[in-house]
Design a protein around this ligand. Sequence first.
Ligand SMILES: *Cc1c(COP(=O)(O)O)cnc(C)c1O
Length: 416
Amino acid sequence: MSFSKKITDLKREVLKESEPLFAHIEDVAEANTLKVLDAMRECRVSDAHFNTTTGYAYDDIGRGKLEELYAKIFGAERALVRTQFVSGTHALATVLFGILRPGDELVSLTGKPYDTMQTVIGYDNPSPGSLKEFGVLYNELPMVAGKVDMAHIKDVITDKTKMVEIQRSRGYSMRSPLSIEDIRAITTEVHRIKPDCICFVDNCYGEFVDYEEPTQAGADIMAGSLIKNPGGGIAPTGGYIVGRDDLVELASYRLTAPGMGDELGASLANNRLLFQGLFLAPHVVSQAIKGAIFAAGMFAKLGYKTLPLPTEVRGDIIQAIELGSADKLIAFCGGIQKYSPVDSFAAPEPWDMPGYADKIIMAAGTFVQGASIEFSADGPLRAPYNVYLQGGLTFEHAIIGIMGAAQAVLDLDGTK
Ligand SMILES: *Cc1c(COP(=O)(O)O)cnc(C)c1O
């Protein structure tokens, strides 16, 4: 038998206790499905939009329609949704390099940014190609007790501050993600202090978690990855940027070339995958969040510190669990990998991932390489050895994977 009695008993107990928490998740998923369907009708999405194109791809109607749809769903003026973005970091960097000029200052209001964004900024040193090397200034406002330091925003916004960056998700840290209400309070405060300061949100892992999106709560521009929430597990690659018309246009000149912008770019991947993924995304996000709640419940009962707690309101799809040792982190990831649909025979090992300072271990037996909307777990090999668990195309898979991880950690302890 794969799972011990202790694990199967715990599963039943946790599922029962989680039931009341699922009602809210299902309500958000239904509201967002309605939002997507309404937008698809208003945009008159049709199968003529699902073709691939070649060459310059001028007048690519599928690409244009997808961008119109993203803009509508996210309550923005314009969108850039492309498989030419190689990742979320690429989409985020395109916003920064598209808009910021030498002498401008970028201020992070959520403390130290996500690992790969540090390399983009030139956080520790002006690394080749970084914003710092181009003469863009950087400052940050450290978070206080896991919250944005609202009272001191006014102290970090100066004449030079062109843009603030607000990271919605926790990244590899134990702080809480921001809620839509948090984001609204921050953008209101920034625009009160300096009306033309651009509020840029790193929305990775946040899409469809709540009824509204940051661009409906005061953000001027935001970006994210298509192999996370909005791709619904179907998009094969890519990223998106949505926001104010003039800002998205500037970003488009960075993605392609000045003068070309968003008018070129072939739909090499079947556009259907991006439309269908977007349609599925609200449901898939709900499956992932249910999995996260289940994982929190399971590991809380096993005596581990979890963030968020099983009962806390969610701002992203990530579940962090403090495992406390490298061997438990490796065992946990091994347990997840074992119950993955792809590469389940492999044992994950820590490696030097490009853009990250510490070694990272990743369990990702995914259909789309590295897609973290699919059930996956990862974490940097540094104390206190937090594992970050996310995704799950089906809640059933998440349940089984989490039982596998719990079993692997218990086996290590010698407690079955
Ligand atoms: C995933 C993520 C990114 C981008 O990472 P990619 O792997 O390049 O897609 C940026 N910021 C946060 C907070 C993220 O979670």
